[in-house]
Design a protein around this ligand. Structure first.
Ligand code: ATP
Ligand code: MG
Length: 345
């Protein structure tokens, strides 16, 4: 649905150059919710703005719904962009218009006849649960309701794709949850493909099928969320399951295991302890539900150095767990591993 190849965007000015997006490849399948996670300045907004050509990339290809956007001009480009809705952190509502008036605005711009407009506005307000607030002005509604107006407005042109730039960053956790729920619902009911950017792990956890971590204009990892979480060295996994700092004591092996799906029901720690007559020390851990699937991470300390624990580590791997040894100098030390790359589904 969205296909981006080797995208580059450089901002130039006053003898200074900032490469905001530095060769990003991204595929978002139809009906998928894809999240791009990254710190401030990573280039997330620039990337998003290149998808609907609010920003013109310096290099690369942007294909949305099978159309190469950079090859389109005039009316064709306008129509293609109508198929891409966008929502923002600060809503951007017109204060002088009611909720209904704000939703009607893009319809007016698109030239939808007045007679059709009222029906379409009612339909859109119903979709986002704002029918009762149609006549309210933005100053009189909550942040969550404002974002609902933003979403209704973005859907006015019946887009197939919705771009979301930190849509929940200005909202409290409970309101964030309800907006994410709405986006998930629209994704399912309308088959809407959603590309969202965020700096909140919670957003990825709640609604993303796939995700990427962006840093200094590049993706450092990307793929289906459960697969990323199960990958040793994944920044996403570390963010979602913050574990105590890894400082192995002498003569011990410090190991982090990630388990998904069926492996969450297996008592692998006690099985390991019994099989090898080991005193396994659990240092930390958490289990989360991600995309309806249980994913967990545990930090374990085993007596003996990693070489002495080769059979034990193999046992854990054979139990279907992702195993990461945190003793320094190991080949599977994430600091020495390259970027994680998983094919998007
Ligand atoms: N219009 C612009 N002109 C010049 N530099 C820009 C412009 N927009 C963004 N930049 C620079 O490009 C880089 C990426 O910015 P961008 O806004 O895409 O990051 P971001 O990941 O969205 O950050 P945030 O989380 O703070 O919104 C930054 O170094 C920023 O200063
Ligand atoms: Mg931004």
């Amino acid at each position: 649905m969205i296909q981006i190849e080797k995208l580059r965007k450089v901002y130039r000015g006053r003898g200074r150059e900032v490469t905001a997006v530095d060769g990003v490849d991204l595929t978002v399948a139809e009906g998928e919710v894809f999240g791009v996670l990254g710190r401030s300045g990573a280039g997330k907004s620039t990337l998003l703005r290149c998808v609907n050509l609010l920003e013109r990339p310096d290099e690369g290809r942007v294909v949305v719904g099978g159309r190469d956007l950079l090859a389109l001009r005039g009316g064709e480009l306008r129509r293609a962009r109508q198929g891409i809705g966008m929502i923002h952190q600060h809503f951007g509502l017109l204060a002088s218009r009611t909720v209904a008036g704000n939703v009607a605005f893009p319809l007016e711009v698109m030239g939808v006849p007045r007679a059709e407009r009222a029906g379409r506005v009612a339909e859109l307000l119903d979709l986002v649960g704002l029918t009762e607030h149609a006549k309210a002005y933005p100053a009189r509604i909550s942040g969550g309701q404002k974002q609902r107006v933003g979403i209704a407005r973005a859907l006015a042109g019946r887009p197939k794709v919705l771009l979301s730039d930190e849509a929940t960053s200005a909202l409290d956790p409970e309101t964030t949850a309800s907006i994410l729920e709405l986006l998930r619902d629209l994704n399912r009911r309308l088959g809407l493909t959603i590309l969202l950017i965020t700096h909140e792990m919670e957003v990825v956890k709640r609604i993303c099928d796939s995700a990427a971590v962006m840093r200094e204009g590049r993706f450092t990892e990307s793929g289906p969320v459960p697969a990323l979480l199960a990958r040793p060295g994944s920044e996403l996994a570390r963010g979602l399951f913050p574990l105590p700092p890894a400082e192995p004591r002498d003569g011990t092996t410090l190991v982090e295991v990630t388990f998904t799906g069926g492996a969450t029901d297996e008592p692998f720690v006690s099985a390991l302890a019994r099989k090898y007559a080991l005193d396994v020390n659990i240092l930390g851990g958490a289990v989360e539900t991600v995309g309806g699937e249980r994913v967990g991470r545990l930090q374990l300390e085993l007596p003996g150095d990693p070489a002495q624990n080769a059979a034990q580590l193999a046992f854990l791997r054979e139990s279907g767990l992702a195993v990461e040894v945190r003793n320094p100098g190991r080949v599977d030390d994430p600091a020495q591993a390259g970027p994680v790359q998983e094919d998007a589904r």
